[in-house]
Ligand binder design. Structure first.
Ligand code: HAM
Length: 428
């Protein structure tokens, strides 16, 4: 058995090797296209933020804050955290850069790595990538529906089917606090039957009980009072309109009264997009989001509504890789440059640069010295033309252009190469 190398990626973190990077790029491109269509502008925030930002926004009784933050003290004494998610950072940037003075809503999107100290398992990483989309400064329910539509359009462009959209409303501060009391009183009477985590949640963050995956807890909360039955008039009307908009755009969804999400900043609409398993059940979560009308104020800004979504890039990539999907690995170049001899090698360097400046992709093997190896590679790559620069051509400032299909070749002045190649490519 071969010995493991001494140094490996930290547990739960992974290299994105070239074979996977093409998928990451493809997803980023699709996100960019969708963002452009819906007029989102790109933002990138730092990898680390003040710990207090996440304690306040995500909530101190959530799994992310209690168990999953990579936190550290800097030499200067600042207490920082590797960002576990993007919404709090975007909200911080919105306030810090006075974006409330811009025409509203402000639409921002980002694409980058995030960090959570989770138990590593399939499709759950400690460093993972997300694309996030945030709309700040608009409270209309049409935005909630549009955000769901936007993320579904990303999946549509990637040709995903078998998706399930789950939606719920967790109300606002007012109706939720009443509902929490009802829920606690229901759960208290069954406390001894809950798992030990949920007994703790019952005291600190009772809504989290609805998120528990333990069967015995699921049996209990499936009989619990539901938030949707206790929404205030404003939240009820908001949720009804979101569902009407989803019906209008014919996006099928499931109402999931137990969907609460693992972050405390949400208000009103919450949703997730899952893959459907072979048995038809929701499995892996590809994207999640919702409305967060209190977040900007909570972080010290003016009262500003917000709504957004983030999708997990590794999970999307692993879905893409299950199906035969064509992802072209390289620029399809139609030109190969082969060279022989030291003068030709030197002149080839200049020639490659000339072609690059003219936007003509060219494949070369300047590290190789024999023509045979180079020509056989040119054949394998299926290029249209092979430029051959031998010792004689290099001395005479000429170059051979071989048509790889017909086998015919001609000798041209090296100075005319760009013009000649452009002409030939146009014809072919
Ligand atoms: P989240 O549900 O925590 O929401 O994460 C969004 C997505 O990121 C998940 O649906 C999943 O695909 C992916 N993801 C999360 N954790 C991991 C992990 N450990 N490994 C691999 N993928 C993961 C948020 O982060 C919110 N900021 C979304 C949002 C934006 N809400 C409003 N605006």
């Amino acid at each position: 058995m071969s010995k493991k190398p001494k140094f490996q990626t930290p547990s739960g973190m992974h290299d994105i090797l070239p074979g996977d990077y093409v998928y990451f790029q493809r997803v980023e491109k699709v996100c960019q296209e969708v963002a452009d269509f819906y007029r989102f502008e790109r933002i990138e925030t730092p990898i680390a933020e003040q710990a207090e930002l996440f304690l306040r926004s995500i909530g101190d009784a959530t799994d992310i804050v209690e168990k999953q933050m990579y936190s550290f003290k800097t030499r200067g004494g600042d207490f920082l955290v590797l960002r576990p998610e993007g919404t709090a950072s975007v909200a911080r940037a919105f306030i810090e850069h006075g974006m409330n003075n811009l025409p509203q809503p402000v639409k921002l999107w980002h694409f980058g790595p995030f960090f959570r100290y989770e138990r590593p398992q399939a499709d759950r990483y400690r460093q993972f990538w997300q694309a996030g989309f945030e709309v700040l400064g608009e409270q209309s329910p049409v935005i909630d529906a549009q955000i769901i539509q936007l993320v579904c359009n990303i999946f549509k462009k990637l040709k995903f089917d078998d998706l399930i959209i789950e939606v719920n409303s967790i109300g606002c501060r007012h109706c939720r606090s009443y509902y929490k009391k009802l829920l606690v009183s229901y759960l208290k009477s069954r406390e001894t039957s809950l798992c030990s985590d949920c007994r703790g949640r019952l005291k600190k963050n009772p809504l989290r009980v609805l998120d528990c995956k333990e069967e015995k807890c699921q049996r209990i909360y499936s009989q619990a009072p539901q938030m949707v039955d206790h929404l205030c008039d404003d939240c009820k009307s908001h949720f009804k309109q979101v569902l009407d908009f989803l019906d209008e755009i014919e996006l099928p969804y499931n109402l999931n009264p137990y969907l609460v999400r693992g972050l405390d900043y949400y208000t009103k609409t919450v949703f997730e997009v899952h893959r459907r398993s072979k048995e038809g059940e929701p499995t892996l979560t590809l994207a999640g989001g919702g409305r967060y009308d209190g977040l900007i104020k909570l972080l010290g800004g003016k009262d500003t509504p917000g709504c957004g979504v983030a999708c997990g890039i590794e999970r999307i990539v692993s879905f893409m890789k299950e199906k035969p999907l064509k992802v072209s690995k390289h620029n399809t170049s139609k030109i190969f440059l082969a060279q022989l001899g030291s003068l030709a090698k030197k002149k080839s360097l200049v020639l490659v640069e000339k072609l690059r400046e003219a936007d003509i992709p060219v494949i070369e093997m300047l590290n190789k010295d024999t023509l045979k190896v180079q020509l056989s590679r040119a054949n394998k790559m299926g290029v249209k033309y092979c430029l051959i620069l031998g010792q004689k051509e290099a001395l005479d400032s000429k170059i051979i252009v071989r048509d790889m299909e017909s086998g015919g070749q001609k000798i041209i002045d090296a100075d005319n190469i760009v013009k000649e190649i452009k002409k030939s490519l146009k014809k072919s």
